[in-house]
Ligand binder design. Structure first.
Ligand code: ADP
Ligand code: MG
Length: 239
């Protein structure tokens, strides 16, 4: 059951870079606990829409709200897994995951306990002392996943989280993400250019047209009773 008030509401949003209109008149709602997949070709404005939700970019027209409050400026109640590798190279996996809690003034003992739990949840037990360059691509994504989730945000934004990974690692991590999400269903907006992935993970799929002036061209619910398993793979193998 979705709450009557959506967790994220995008009302008639147009996003422009100077005279270039990337996204036009987009309307989207994400319920609390809903996993929304947004799919569309490269350059159609997917990352731009996530940045609008995060408050990193301001709409040229329309408004975005999170849990009923209009987004103005950078939001700290969201978890954002960026498309690019955003880990600090001079900090260990543990320290990278710890950052969000430090910014929020969580006491050291509590931070340590939480980071330890989250490293384990994302399959990185024993990897906390490694620096980003000592981790594989999949492991770095795991660190970013822990970063995005550890502050228990209202909304989780994920920008093509698995597209740079090999197919086996991708399937493994898609399943792990679903398992983590099913533990405490938060609102998720995941972007992908892979329709199969969008359908496999989402409760609902929104399709954007190619840009410029990209719009929502389709929005459909996915059968929620289906088995949510991306592929027949062993979940205990680790990369
Ligand atoms: P997607 O994530 O769907 O691949 P983006 O949201 O990154 O697409 O970009 C949408 C469009 O806006 C593209 O044409 C891109 O070149 C343009 N764009 C994105 N960011 C900027 C920017 N900072 N300045 C100018 N144009 C941009
Ligand atoms: Mg993008």
């Amino acid at each position: 059951e979705l709450k009557p008030q959506p967790m994220v509401a995008i009302d008639d949003v147009t996003m422009a870079f100077g005279a270039f209109v990337a996204v036009q008149n987009v309307n989207l709602k994400v319920g609390d606990g809903e996993f929304l997949s947004i799919v569309g070709p490269t350059g159609c404005g997917k990352s731009t829409i996530l940045n609008a939700i995060a408050g990193l970019l301001k709409p040229a027209q329309g408004k975005v709200s999170i849990d009923g409050t209009t987004v103005q400026g950078v939001q700290n109640n969201i978890g954002y897994l960026f498309q690019q590798d955003a880990l600090l190279p001079w900090k260990t996996a543990f320290q990278n995951v710890e950052l969000g809690l430090m910014f929020r003034g969580v006491p050291e003992e509590e931070r340590r306990a939480k980071v330890t739990v989250w490293l384990e949840k994302v399959g990185l037990k024993g990897f906390g002392d490694r620096f980003p360059h000592q981790l594989s691509g999949g492991q770095r994504k795991r660190v970013q996943m822990a970063q995005a989730l550890i502050t228990e945000p209202k909304v989780i934004l994920m920008d093509e989280p698995f597209s740079a990974l090999d197919i086996h690692t991708r399937h493994l991590m898609q399943n792990e993400l679903l398992r983590l999400w099913q533990e405490d269903r938060r609102a998720v907006v995941m972007i992908t250019h892979d329709l199969e992935e969008a359908i496999a993970l989402g409760d609902r799929v929104v399709v954007l047209a190619a840009g410029p002036k990209s719009r929502v061209i389709e929005s459909f619910p996915v059968d929620l009773e289906r088995p949510r398993n991306v592929a027949e793979i062993k979940l205990d193998s680790k990369f």
